[in-house]
Design a protein around this ligand. Structure first.
Ligand code: IPM
Ligand code: MG
Length: 387
């Protein structure tokens, strides 16, 4: 196994997380970069930062949290969506936790100058090609789901989204005039290598779960999908004890709503994964509940909530910080090897929800609405108490 593959697999916990353990014994400092970004980003990152500091205190670790600029915030103060010193900070860190980027204020900018270009550039620079988006239903939130309890209860799947290729990055890309018509072009492109490396992450993940991979493509139409299907099948042959099935993306969109429990690992390309993960988030009741981890072969992995910057609710202390807090839990587990601590954060989220505290997006009758900051305080209390 090449060191690169070993790293990703280790992060997934399929190899013993030795690096993490050794570091803990030495009380090594963990360097975590916080990138609040735009919209609700700063609010949710503040709460996740509080949670990380509570973990540091409770478990006697040394975390150094450093903030950096990205997205619109970076455009406003540094003129570019991903300043060089932000990238350097991230590269030198153990892990990066990002809030969200984007907003109407920067919509007039050309594609490569927009806040989103900062995030895409960061993903590409850190080479985090595998984006894990677990969709887990907290029992106390079943009734907040857009689906009926009998359809959604027990659903537990992970979207593994390829993150550094496909139509997001394909060249050529741009706008020109052809036959007197203004024309725009994007290119969906994959190499066999890119497909196989993310497929392996999907299979390794499935090995520690219910051993089922659904690979999603549009192989009845797209060349890139035909290659995708071929390459995933090849990797599948290396994992005879994992069931592989292929599904067209339109059918998958439908099946997620019809019968989400059929899925374990959903493996797909960049744009399909973007769309399907937002859809899958609604199984959990709110986009505000979905965390993600973006892993690669570099030292620093990237963690971010699946939701966007939600400018309409920014600055009002009503955003749900749980997706970001759960992303911080994934950071503790995958980047720092702190499994107990990660479980403690997830346990705190479960407890606080069981006690009936809700942000507005997941409110149901008979529960108590709290603000973004109060939700963070409740989690900190729960972690320090040590449940
Ligand atoms: C996501 C987001 C981003 C993406 C945007 C903000 C560029 O929608 O992480 O799902 O499309 O990847
Ligand atoms: Mg998205």
């Amino acid at each position: 196994m090449t060191p690169m593959r070993a790293h990703v697999y280790q992060a997934l916990g399929t190899n013993v997380g030795l690096a993490g353990k050794r570091r803990c014994l030495n009380m090594q400092e963990f360097r975590i970069v916080l990138l609040p970004g735009d919209g609700v980003g700063p609010e949710v990152i503040r709460e996740a930062g509080k949670v990380l500091l509570a973990v540091e205190k409770k478990y006697s670790h040394r975390f150094t949290l450093t903030e950096g600029l990205i997205g619109g915030a970076a455009i406003d103060s540094a003129g570019v969506p991903l300043p060089g010193d932000t990238l350097e900070l991230c590269r030198e860190s153990d892990a990066v936790l990002l809030g969200a980027v984007g907003g109407a204020k920067w919509d007039y900018l050309p594609g490569d100058k927009r806040p989103e270009a900062g995030l895409l550039g960061l993903r590409k620079a850190l080479q985090v090609f595998a984006n894990l988006r677990p969709v887990r239903l907290f029992p106390s939130l079943v009734d907040a789901s857009a689906l009926k309890r009998q359809v959604v209860e027990g659903a537990d799947l992970v979207v593994v989204r390829e993150l550094t290729g496909g139509v997001y990055f394909g060249q050529p890309k741009g706008r020109f005039t052809r036959d007197g018509q203004v024309t725009a072009l994007d290119t969906m492109v994959y190499t066999r290598f890119e497909v196989k490396r993310v497929a392996r992450v999907g299979f390794e993940l499935a090995a520690g779960r219910r051993r089922r991979v659904t690979s999603v493509d549009k192989a009845n139409v797209l060349e890139s999908s035909k290659l995708w299907r071929e390459a995933v099948t090849e990797v599948g042959n290396e994992y005879p004890d994992i069931e592989l099935n292929h599904m067209y993306v339109d059918n998958c969109a439908m099946q997620l709503i019809r019968d989400p429990r059929q899925f374990d690992v959903v493996l797909t390309e960049n744009m399909f994964g973007d769309i399907l993960s937002d859809e899958a988030a609604m199984l959990t009741g709110s986009l505000g509940m979905l965390p993600s981890a973006s892993l690669g072969h570099g030292r620093a992995s990237l963690y971010e909530p699946v939701h966007g910057s939600a400018p309409d609710i920014a600055g009002r202390n009503i955003a749900n910080p749980l997706a970001t807090v759960l992303s911080a839990a994934m950071l503790l587990r995958y980047s720092l090897g702190l499994h107990e601590e990660a479980a403690a954060v997830e346990g705190a989220v479960t407890k606080v929800l069981e006690k009936g505290y809700r942000t507005r997006d997941i409110f149901a009758e008979g529960t108590t609405v709290v603000g973004t900051a109060e939700m963070g305080d409740l989690l900190v209390e729960e972690i320090l108490r040590g449940t």
